[in-house]
Ligand binder design. Structure first.
Ligand code: FCB
Length: 477
C-alpha cells in the first residue's frame, strides 16, 4: 500500500480524546466530568485506574504535537473537554483557562501544518448536567449542548475547519443506558450484575436527545458560522461490519438489521429525518417520534460521516430462536458473534470483541456509501489494541509488528473502497499515544507511541516508524 493510492488532498492523521489523554483533571479550573466521577468509583475500571493524570497531555501538548509532526501527519483528531470549557455545564461561567488551553493547542497545530479535526463530545460531559437533570435523558440537554457548541464555534471556528458533534453516540448510549457499563451506569436489560432498570426505553430516549442535540449544534453552525468560517460539520459513528452467519436470506436479513440498529439508528434520522424502517418494524411505538419541525431541522444535518472502524462480527438471527430475550437484546434480535463453529472471524487482537478482519473496512465503507448516497466520509478511527495486563516487556510492546500488519491491511482495504467510488477524505489512526482505554484502563495500548506512565516518556513503536515511512511514500513491502 502506498500513499499515492489515496487522493492528493487526503487527510492522514492520528486521533485521541480529551478524557483519555489530557489528565490535569482539576487543573485550570476544570469542572468534574461524568468520567472523572465514574472512574473513581471502585470496581468500575479493570485495573483500578482513572484519567486523573492519563498522558498529562494538558501539560505536554507541544511535545505531543511535535511527535505528530515528526511522523508527518497533516491532521489531528482530538476532542474538547466540555467540563474544561464549561466546568458546570450550563450553570456557571465560561472557563477562560479552558478556552486558552484549546487556543494554544490549535495554534501550535497550525504552526506545525496540522489541521485540527475537533470532536465536541467524546463521551465526557460535565457531571453537573447529570446531577441536575439526568443529562441525555432530559431534552434540556439539546439546548445546553447547542450552548457549548456555539462557544466552540465562536472561539475556535476561524481556525478549525472540521467539526464532529459526537464520537460514537451509539456506543455512548448503549453502554451508558443499556448495559450500564459506562456512566451513568443505567441498564435497561440484565447485564453482568446490573439489574434491568424500570424503563427499558432509556437507550432510545438518550439517543433521541443526542440526535436532536446534534441537529441543534449543526443548525447554529450553519446559521451563524459556516459561511464566514468555511468549515464542515458531521458526526462520528462506531461501525462493525456484520457478516451473515450463513449465506441464507434469514441471516442476510439479520446482518442488515444489525447494521441498521448500529448505524442507521442515528444516521437515518440525521440524514433522512426518521428512524430506520428496520428499527420501527421491530420496536414500533417504543421509539420516540420526531415532530415535523424536528424532521426539518434533522434532514441532511451533516456535511460528512465519520466512520470509526476496527472489526467485524457474524450476525445471527435471533428473532424466533432461543437467544431472543426481547426487543432490546443484542441489536434488536440479532446476535453479533466473533466465532463460527469455534473459528474466529479473524485473528484476535488484545480486545476480546475486536478481531483482525481487514475486508470489513471496504465492506462497511461501501455500505455507508450506498445507504447514504455517497455523503463524504472520513475514516475517523482505526487501530490495533494490545493487551499488556500479562506483563509484556517494553520491547515486545515497541516491536508491534501485529499493529503494522493491521494498519497496512486495513489501509489497503480502504483504498479498494475508494477505487470503487467511495468519497473518503481522510484516515486517522487510533491512537497517537497509549492512553486511558476506558474500562480497560492503561492495560490496553493502542498508541503508535509507547507511554511509560511513571515518567510520561513517549517512545516510538515500530508502527510510528512505519506510518512515517508510509506518509513520505517509502512504505516497505
Ligand atoms: C473507540 C473509541 C475510542 C477508543 C477506541 C479504541 O470506540 O471511540 O475512544 O477507545 O475505541
Amino acid at each position: 500500500i502506498d500513499r499515492s493510492q489515496f487522493p492528493p488532498d487526503f487527510l492522514f492523521g492520528t486521533a485521541t480524546s480529551s478524557y483519555q489523554i489530557e489528565g490535569a483533571y482539576l487543573d485550570g479550573n476544570k469542572g468534574l466530568s461524568n468520567w472523572d466521577v465514574f472512574s473513581h468509583i471502585s470496581g468500575k475500571i479493570e485495573d483500578g485506574s482513572n484519567g486523573d493524570i492519563a498522558d498529562d497531555h494538558y501539560h505536554r501538548y507541544k511535545n505531543d504535537i511535535d511527535l505528530m509532526h515528526s511522523i508527518g501527519v497533516n491532521s489531528y483528531r482530538f476532542s474538547i473537554s466540555w467540563s474544561r470549557v464549561l466546568p458546570r455545564g450550563r450553570f456557571g461561567e465560561i472557563n477562560s483557562e479552558g478556552i486558552s488551553f484549546y487556543n494554544k493547542l490549535i495554534d501550535y497545530l497550525l504552526l506545525k501544518g496540522i489541521q485540527p479535526f475537533v470532536t465536541l463530545c467524546h463521551y465526557d460531559i460535565p457531571q453537573e448536567l447529570e446531577d441536575r437533570y439526568g443529562a441525555w435523558l432530559n431534552s434540556q440537554i439539546q439546548e445546553d449542548f447547542g450552548y457549548f457548541a456555539n462557544i466552540c464555534f465562536k472561539e475556535f471556528g476561524e481556525r478549525v475547519k472540521y467539526w464532529g458533534t459526537f464520537n460514537e453516540p451509539n456506543v455512548m448510549v448503549n453502554k451508558g443506558y443499556r448495559s450500564g457499563i459506562y456512566p451513568p451506569s443505567r441498564c435497561s436489560e440484565p447485564y453482568g450484575n446490573c439489574l434491568a432498570g424500570d424503563s427499558n426505553i432509556e437507550p432510545f430516549i438518550a439517543a433521541h436527545n443526542v440526535i436532536l442535540s446534534h441537529a441543534t449544534a449543526v443548525d447554529i453552525y450553519r446559521k451563524k458560522y459556516q459561511n464566514k468560517q468555511g468549515g464542515s460539520i458531521g458526526i462520528v459513528m462506531s461501525t462493525t461490519w456484520f457478516e451473515p452467519y450463513a449465506d441464507t436470506p434469514i441471516e442476510r436479513m439479520a446482518a442488515a438489521r444489525a447494521s441498521a440498529f448500529e448505524i442507521g439508528w442515528l444516521l437515518d434520522p440525521i440524514i433522512y429525518g426518521s428512524y430506520p424502517p428496520e428499527m420501527t418494524q421491530i420496536l414500533g411505538p417504543i421509539l420516540p417520534t420526531f415532530s415535523s419541525s424536528d424532521k426539518k431541522k434533522l434532514t441532511s444535518s451533516l456535511d460528512f460521516i465519520g466512520v470509526n472502524h476496527y472489526s467485524s462480527l457474524y450476525a445471527k438471527d435471533c428473532l424466533f430462536s432461543e437467544c431472543f430475550l426481547g426487543p432490546f437484546q443484542s441489536n434488536g434480535s440479532v446476535l453479533g458473534l466473533g466465532y463460527k463453529n469455534g473459528v474466529p472471524i479473524g485473528p484476535k487482537t488484545g480486545m476480546s470483541n475486536l478481531f483482525v478482519a481487514p475486508n470489513g473496512m471496504e465492506k462497511i465503507v461501501l455500505y455507508v456509501m450506498e445507504r447514504y448516497k455517497n455523503v463524504p466520509m472520513f475514516l475517523t478511527e482505526n487501530g490495533y489494541g494490545q493487551n499488556t495486563s500479562c506483563n509484556l516487556s517494553t520491547k515486545e510492546i515497541l516491536i508491534d509488528e501485529a499493529r503494522v500488519k493491521f494498519l497496512r491491511s486495513y489501509l489497503t482495504s480502504l483504498s479498494n473502497a475508494i477505487t470503487k467510488g467511495a468519497d473518503v477524505r481522510g484516515y486517522f489512526v487510533w491512537s497517537l499515544i497509549d492512553n486511558f482505554e476506558w474500562l480497560h484502563g492503561y492495560s490496553e495500548r493502542f498508541g503508535l507511541y509507547h507511554v511509560d506512565y511513571k515518567t510520561q516518556k513517549r517512545t516510538p513503536k515500530l508502527s510510528a516508524e512505519w506510518y512515517k515511512n508510509f506518509l513520505i511514500g517509502k512504505e516497505d513491502q
